[in-house]
Design a binder for this molecule. Structure first.
Ligand code: ADP
Length: 373
């Protein structure tokens, strides 16, 4: 052979060897990738961090891998699938060879009711995937709405019923001016209550519909405090309660002045309503260590037990319904305060001791431009 032929043969053999090596490397890599996909351990690692409850089962319904959430809910225990509803759903899906869905109610890790939307998906190799998405938040939302509607109906029916009865009573006492006067006085009181309730319900729905930060302005905290105290002057005077204001100057927050005023007014109204005649209410402001603006409303009134403190921000929750109604309360005041605080990027907290008094603190982010730093 000529040197050229030797060179050509060498080149061809070298190229063939090189191609074979590349092919082997690719095959090895592909095998590795395939191995990773089917490897149970790796599958478990992929599923573990998922927020949904995901379980992969073999052809014989043995659990191959499950997300941590699925294990927490007890849908995968060892290699068994639970509860029976899920196994039945999977059997239906396998039989019909298509994805099947159902809603499942379970008890969460800390005993809370949970609602899952579950799908069973048969795979072409005989295995199957079960996916459960947490719908508990939707469930809680619709329950809260249902309770709210039921509570509103109840709260509205009471004054409306009373107004009807009082009007009839006034009519039948037509010959007795003193009785008529008495009934009309009560009628006015119930009408005021109804008016207050309707206004609060409207305020709450308006708050829910509009984000105050979408059309926000700089709001002077001192003005909010003074306006709120002015709104409560009449009821404070009627209860012989003095209100003092101590405001740190130049504190500015971003938001809706009207909403903030309503929130502080509700706190001051409560401080007055749940104090004995002659008591003192203090409204103060300042900067917290974390740079947020604090508006504090303190009273030395009846106070709230630790147990009740957990519920007072719920709509229509009252510690003592009679005392609340007697002072014109609707049970919505603090839920409005909480809503305003959260919508402004802040929070409201309470400190209280029964018989010693309460301090409600509204914390709001400070406006950087207007801040006193
Ligand atoms: P209400 O219209 O009944 O005052 P709120 O939502 O404003 O409704 O308050 C819920 C409940 O929290 C009240 O019924 C009352 O029992 C309690 N509460 C609120 N503020 C105070 C306070 N400053 N001192 C004692 N109890 C309070």
């Amino acid at each position: 052979m000529t040197p050229f032929a030797w060179a050509l043969l060498g080149f061809v053999l070298g190229a063939a060897l090189g191609a074979a090596v590349v092919w082997m490397v690719i095959q090895r890599a592909a095998r590795k990738v395939r191995g990773q996909i089917v490897n149970r351990h790796h599958l478990g690692e992929i599923l573990a961090p998922l927020r949904a409850a995901v379980v992969v089962v073999s052809e014989a319904d043995f659990v191959l891998a499950a997300s941590a959430f699925a294990r927490k809910l007890g849908m995968a225990r060892g290699s068994s699938l639970y509860p029976a509803e899920v196994s039945d759903l999977l059997a239906d899906a396998r039989k019909s060879k298509r994805t099947m869905e159902c809603d499942l109610r379970l008890v969460g890790a800390s005993g809370e009711p949970m609602q899952l939307a579950v799908r069973a998906v048969p795979l072409s190799n005989g295995a199957a995937v079960i996916v459960g998405e947490d719908r508990s938040e939707d469930l809680r939302f619709s329950e809260t709405r249902r309770d709210f509607v039921a509570n509103i109906s109840h709260e509205l029916k009471t004054p409306i019923g009373a107004i009807g009865l009082l009007a009839e009573a006034a009519d039948s006492a037509a010959g007795d001016p003193e009785a008529v006067h008495l009934f009309l006085g009560k009628l006015t009181k119930e009408t005021r209550r109804l008016n207050e309730l309707v206004s609060q319900i409207i305020a709450l729905s308006r708050l829910q519909a509009v984000d105050p930060l979408l059309d926000a302005h700089e709001v002077e905290v001192t003005q909010v405090m003074e306006a709120a105290v002015a709104r409560c002057a009449e009821i404070a005077e009627a209860g012989s309660i003095s209100i003092s204001v101590q405001a740190e100057p130049d504190l500015i927050v971003i938001g809706d002045a009207e909403e903030l005023e309503t929130a502080v007014t509700n706190l001051v109204q409560n401080a007055v309503a749940y104090s004995e005649p002659g008591a003192r209410v203090a409204v103060t402001s300042g900067l917290a260590d974390d740079g947020r603006v604090e508006i504090r409303v303190s009273d030395n009134g009846i106070g709230i037990s630790t147990e009740d403190q957990k519920r007072i921000f719920e709509r229509f929750f009252r510690v003592n319904a009679d005392r609340s109604r007697a002072s014109g309360g609707t049970g919505l005041g603090l839920s409005i305060v909480k809503h305003v605080a959260v919508a402004h990027g802040g929070e409201v907290t309470v400190w209280s001791r029964v018989g010693r008094g309460s301090t409600f603190t509204l914390r709001l982010p400070q406006s950087i431009e207007g801040g006193s730093e």
